[in-house]
Design a protein around this ligand. Structure first.
Ligand code: B3K
Ligand code: ZN
Length: 881
C-alpha cells in the first residue's frame, strides 16, 4: 500500500464554519481496555455561512461510532454517513442537540494525540487536531464552546480526575468507581480541552492577584516527583505577577493547574486552566536538573501561562494564524526571561537559535511565511518560523512603536478581541490603531518567506566629515515565492570612534542632541544614510541587539572585529563581533592542510576574555563558545561537513593548548562551593568553569582529567556533574569515559529525566557517539520507542547535534536515520516527521553528502502507508529533483 497524496489546505479557501457549537457536554467512562465518550453538542447554524441548507460535518479520527441521537431521538443508520474521517448528517434543523457516543482505545494510542495513556495515567493532547481523536466535532479553532466534562474511572487507580475550569460535582459510583464534573465558564476552541486521570500527588500554593483575588495553584505529579515542583511553582507565580505588571493581564479562573506527563510530543500545552507538561519541562531539583533545564522550565511555564491571554482568551481563527498566538507568546516569554536574568545573554541565545536553525529552515524546502498560505499536515507547521521568527516580527513592532505605544496596542488587541478567534492581521491592525503608525509594508513579514539579506557598504568623506552607509536589501526566493518586495526593517546601529566610544549620530549638519545609537527604518531596496560631523572614519556596529531577523554582510576586517568585540557598547554586538571573527578564522582554515595557522589575534581575544574579571562574566561565558558546526554549515554555500569540523577542531584545540594556564586559572577562579543559586552571576561561574574544563579535556590534559573526576564525584548539582561528565565523554580518555558513564547511570537510572540527559550526552558526542554506539543505545533497557523524550535524546541528538558523525561520506548516518524514521512513522508520525529535518536540506551539502541524503529521503518516501506528516516533509524536500 503506497500513501495517497494528502490534500493541501489553503488559507485562501477559508470559510466561516457552517455550524456553531454553544455548549459541549462530555461524559468519559474510562476503562483499562478503552474509553467510552458521550458527547452532547448544542449546535446552531451560523447565520454568516452562505448556504443555510448545508449538511452538518463533524471531524473524527480513529473513532468507533456507537450511536447518534438528535434532540434525544436515535438517528437511524441511514440518517448519517461516515465518510473518510468525517461524520456527515445531511438533514439537520437550525438549532439542535446532537449526542454521539464513541469508543476509543487510549491504551493503544502511541501517536500521543487525543486521549492516551502515559505511565498509567490518562491524559490528552488536542492541539492542533487531536480532539477529533476523542469524539466527532467541528475541530477548528473558530468554533468556541462552553465545556462541561464528567469523568468516571476506578477510584483506586485514578483518584485524581481533572479537566478545564472548576470542579462542580463529585461522587461515588458502583464497582469502586467515582466521578468528578468540571465546568469551564469560558468559551474555548476544542484544541484547548484537556483531561487527566491518574494517581497523582498535588503541590499547592496561592497567588494573590492585582485585583485581590486568591488563585489556587496546583501542580500534579507522580508521588516520586513530589520534591521537584518548587521551581515550576515559583516560575508560575513570577509569570503571573509579570503579566500583571508588564501587560496588565490578570488570571481569570479560580484554579490554575499543571500536570507532568512522561510521554509527550512537545514541551507543554496551554489547555485552559489545566496546562499539561512534558515532565522534563516541569520537574527540577538542583541535583537532577542543569542550569539550562531550570531556565527552560521557567520559560516554558511562563510561555504556557501567558497563553491564557495570548492564545486562549484571544485565539486563532484558523491554523494559518498559528503565529498570532505562538509568535506573540514567545516574544512575551523572551521578555520575561530577559527580565528574570541577563537580557544580553537571552538575546544572544535567541539570535543564535534564529541564525543557526530558523535561517536554515527559511532557506530550505520547508520554508514558509510566518503566516503560511498552505499546508498538508498542520503539525508540521509548529516550526521555528512560526514561533521564533514570529516572535522577532512582534519584537520589531515593539521596536518600531516603542514600549508605551506597544502596550497601548496590546491593550487594544486584548480588549477588542477578547473571546474571539482572530488573525495576525487583526493583531497588526490593533497595533496600528493604537499607535497611529502605518504597518502596511510591515505586513510583508507575515507574507513573504525567506531571510532578508542586507548588503552594507560605506565611504567616508574626510573633507566634509560625512560618513555614508549604503544598505541594500534582497529577499531570496523560497518554494513557491519569487520576486519579493522590500520589507520594513528596523535597523539599529552605532558608529564607534577610535577610542571605542559611540560617536553621535547626526543625520544632518548642525543636528544637536543626537543619539549614540539609532534605529533606522529600511523600506526600500536601497538606502544611503549620511552621518555628519564625524572627524574620523568610524567602525560601524550594525543590527545592534539583532534588531531584525536578517543576515548582514559588511566587509569588517579582523582588526575591526577585534575592536568591536572589546569596545562595542552593545553587548549583543560585542558577542557577534567575536563570533564573526571566529567564523572568519575557521572558514579560512577550512580549505587548508593541517599546517594552517590559527590567527594569533583570535587567541589574544580569548586570552583577554579569560582573564579580564571586570567584564560581564555572563557575556564572557557566551563569548567563549565557538560558533557551532551547525552554524558553520548554515553559513556555507556547499557545506563540506568534515572539512568544517576539522577546521573548527583545529581552532578549538589550538586555543585550548595555547591558553592552557589561563583555562586552569579560570577553572579555579570560578570554583563555586557556595549553595546552588540561579542568579546570572552564579550561572555564569558554572558555565565558565565547565567550558574551561571541556576545552582542557579536548586536548586530553591529564590534570584536567583529574579535576573532572573530582568534580564528577563531588558535584552538588547537576550542572557541575553533567559538565564533568560531558567533558570526559568528549575527551580521548576512553577508560574514564566508560567509568563515569556507568557510574552516572547506576546512580540515576530511576530518574527518567536524568537518564534522558545520559542518553543525549553520548548521542551528541563525537567521541562516544559513533554509529555502533548509537545503535547500542537503542537496545538499552532504558530506551523506549514510545517515549518521545528518549527518541529525541538518542536519535534526535545524534542527527541534530553530532553532525560530524551523522554526516559520514559512506551515508551510514543517513541510512540509520531513514530506518528509524520508517520505524517511528507507524508509532508516532509527528515525532517521525520532526526527525526527518536534518535530511531536508540535502541540496546545501557538498556532493559527497548530498546524494546519500537524497537516497535516505527516498528510502523514507518509499515506505508503505507513510503518514501524512512524513509524506509532506519528504515530498517537499525531494520536490524538483
Ligand atoms: N501550543 C502548544 C503546541 C502544540 C503542538 C501541537 N502539535 C505548546 C505551545 O506552544 O505552547
Ligand atoms: Zn505556545
Amino acid at each position: 500500500m503506497r500513501t495517497n497524496q494528502p490534500r493541501t489546505i489553503y488559507l485562501s479557501e477559508y470559510q466561516v464554519p457552517a455550524f456553531l457549537v454553544d455548549h459541549v457536554d462530555l461524559r468519559f467512562e474510562l476503562f483499562e481496555d478503552g474509553a467510552r465518550v458521550h458527547s452532547t453538542l448544542t449546535i446552531r447554524r451560523n447565520p454568516e455561512f452562505p448556504d443555510q441548507g448545508e449538511a452538518l460535518v463533524l471531524d473524527g479520527d480513529s473513532l468507533v461510532l456507537e450511536s447518534v441521537r438528535m434532540n434525544g431521538e436515535a438517528v437511524p443508520e441511514n440518517g448519517y454517513q461516515l465518510k473518510g474521517e468525517q461524520l456527515l448528517v445531511p438533514e439537520v434543523p437550525d438549532h439542535f442537540e446532537l449526542t454521539v457516543v464513541t469508543w476509543i482505545e487510549p491504551q493503544n494510542n502511541t501517536r500521543l494525540e487525543g486521549l492516551y495513556k502515559s505511565s498509567g495515567m490518562f491524559c490528552t493532547q488536542c492541539e492542533a487536531e487531536g480532539f477529533r481523536c476523542i469524539t466527532f466535532f467541528p475541530d477548528r479553532p473558530d468554533v468556541m464552546a462552553r465545556f462541561r466534562t464528567r469523568i468516571e474511572a476506578d477510584r483506586a487507580a485514578y483518584p485524581v480526575l481533572l479537566s478545564n475550569g472548576n470542579d462542580v460535582d463529585r461522587g461515588e459510583l458502583v464497582d469502586g468507581r467515582h466521578f468528578v464534573t468540571w465546568e469551564d465558564p469560558f468559551p474555548k476552541p476544542c484544541y484547548l480541552f484537556a483531561l487527566v486521570a491518574g494517581d497523582l500527588v498535588e503541590k499547592r500554593d496561592t497567588f494573590h492577584t492585582c485585583s485581590g483575588r486568591d488563585i489556587d495553584l496546583r501542580i500534579y505529579v507522580e508521588s516520586r516527583n513530589a520534591q521537584k515542583c518548587d521551581h515550576a511553582m515559583d516560575s508560575l507565580k513570577r509569570s503571573m505577577r509579570w503579566d500583571e505588571e508588564v501587560y496588565g493581564r490578570e488570571y481569570d479562573l479560580d484554579i490554575f493547574m499543571i500536570v507532568a506527563v512522561d510521554d509527550f510530543n512537545m514541551g507543554a500545552m496551554e489547555n485552559k486552566g489545566l496546562n499539561i507538561f512534558n515532565s522534563s519541562c516541569v520537574l527540577a531539583s538542583p541535583d537532577t536538573a542543569t542550569d539550562a533545564a531550570f531556565q527552560r522550565i521557567e520559560a516554558i511555564v511562563a510561555h504556557e501561562y501567558f497563553h491564557n491571554w495570548s492564545g486562549n482568551r484571544v485565539t486563532c481563527r484558523d491554523w494559518f494564524q498559528l503565529s498570532l498566538k505562538e509568535g506573540f507568546t514567545v516574544f512575551r516569554d523572551a521578555e520575561f526571561s530577559a527580565d528574570m536574568g541577563s537580557p544580553t545573554v537571552k538575546r544572544i541565545e535567541d539570535a543564535t537559535l534564529m541564525r543557526t536553525a530558523q535561517f536554515a529552515e527559511d532557506a530550505g524546502p520547508m520554508a514558509h511565511p510566518v503566516r503560511p498560505a498552505s499546508y498538508m499536515e498542520i503539525s508540521n507547521f509548529y516550526t521555528l518560523t512560526i514561533y521564533e521568527k514570529g516572535a522577532e516580527v512582534v519584537r520589531m513592532i515593539h521596536t518600531l512603536l516603542g514600549p508605551e505605544l506597544f502596550r497601548k496596542g496590546s491593550d487594544l488587541y486584548f480588549e477588542r478581541h477578547d473571546g474571539q478567534a482572530v488573525t495576525t492581521d487583526d493583531f497588526v491592525r490593533a497595533m496600528e490603531d493604537a499607535s497611529g503608525r502605518d504597518l502596511g509594508q510591515f505586513r510583508r513579514w507575515y507574507e513573504q518567506a525567506g531571510t532578508p539579506v542586507l548588503d552594507v557598504s560605506d565611504e567616508y568623506d574626510a573633507d566634509q566629515g560625512v560618513y555614508r552607509l549604503k544598505v541594500q536589501q534582497r529577499i531570496p526566493d523560497t518554494p513557491g515565492q519569487t520576486d519579493k518586495q522590500p520589507q520594513h526593517i528596523p535597523f539599529a546601529l552605532g558608529l564607534l570612534g577610535a577610542d571605542g566610544a559611540d560617536l553621535p549620530l547626526a543625520l544632518a549638519d548642525g543636528d544637536t542632541d543626537v543619539p549614540a545609537s539609532r534605529v533606522l527604518e529600511l523600506t526600500e531596496a536601497e538606502h544611503t544614510f549620511e552621518f555628519h560631523g564625524l572627524a574620523e572614519r568610524p567602525v560601524p556596529s550594525l543590527l545592534r541587539g539583532f534588531s531584525a531577523p536578517v543576515r548582514v554582510h559588511y566587509p569588517w576586517t579582523r582588526d575591526q572585529l577585534m575592536f568591536l568585540a572589546s569596545h562595542d557598547s552593545d553587548g549583543f554586538n560585542r558577542w557577534d563581533a567575536g563570533q564573526r571573527l571566529a567564523v572568519d578564522v575557521i572558514q579560512a582554515l577550512e580549505g587548508q592542510a593541517d599546517d594552517g595557522e590559527v590567527d594569533a589575534r583570535l587567541i589574544d581575544a580569548y586570552r583577554r576574555l579569560l582573564n579580564d574579571a571586570t567584564l560581564d562574566q555572563a557575556l564572557v561565558a557566551k563569548m567563549l563558545n565557538l560558533p557551532s558546526l551547525a552554524y558553520l554549515i548554515e553559513l556555507a554555500k556547499e557545506a563540506d561537513v568534515q572539512a568544517l569540523h576539522r577546521a573548527r577542531e583545529k581552532v578549538l584545540t589550538t586555543l585550548a593548548g595555547t591558553l592552557r594556564e589561563d583555562l586552569l586559572a579560570c577553572y579555579h577562579r570560578n570554583d563555586d562551593s557556595d549553595d546552588y543559586q540561579l542568579t546570572p552571576e552564579a550561572i555564569a561561574r558554572r558555565s565558565l568553569r565547565n567550558t574551561a574544563l571541556a576545552w582542557l579535556l579536548r586536548i586530553d590534559d591529564a590534570e584536567a582529567c583529574d579535576l573532572a573526576r573530582v568534580q564528577f564525584d563531588r558535584a552538588s548539582n547537576m550542572t557541575d556533574q553533567m559538565g564533568a561528565l560531558r567533558a570526559l565523554v568528549n575527551s580521548g580518555f576512553a577508560a574514564e569515559r566508560g567509568e563515569v558513564l556507568d557510574g552516572f547511570y547506576q546512580r540515576w537510572q530511576d530518574d527518567p529525566q536524568v537518564v534522558e540527559q545520559w542518553f543525549s550526552v553520548q548521542a551528541a558526542s563525537t567521541e562516544a557517539g559513533h554509529l555502533g554506539k548509537i545503535r547500542a543505545l537503542l537496545t538499552h533497557p532504558a530506551f523506549e520507542w514510545t517515549n518521545p523524550n528518549k527518541v529525541r535524546s538518542v536519535i534526535g541528538a545524534f542527527a541534530g547535534q553530532n553532525l560530524s558523525e551523522f554526516h559520514q561520506d559512506d551515508a551510514s548516518g543517513y541510512r540509520f536515520l531513514a530506518e528509524q524514521v520508517r520505524r517511528l512513522d507507524d508509532l508516532n508520525p509527528q515525532i517521525a516527521a520532526r526527525l526527518v529535518a536534518p535530511l531536508t536540506r540535502w541540496r546545501k551539502f557538498a556532493p559527497v553528502y548530498r546524494e546519500g541524503m537524497k537516497t535516505a529521503l527516498e528510502m523514507i518516501r518509499d515506505k508503505d502507508g507513510l503518514s501524512r506528516d512524513v509524506y509532506e516533509v519528504v515530498h517537499k524536500s525531494l520536490a524538483g529533483s
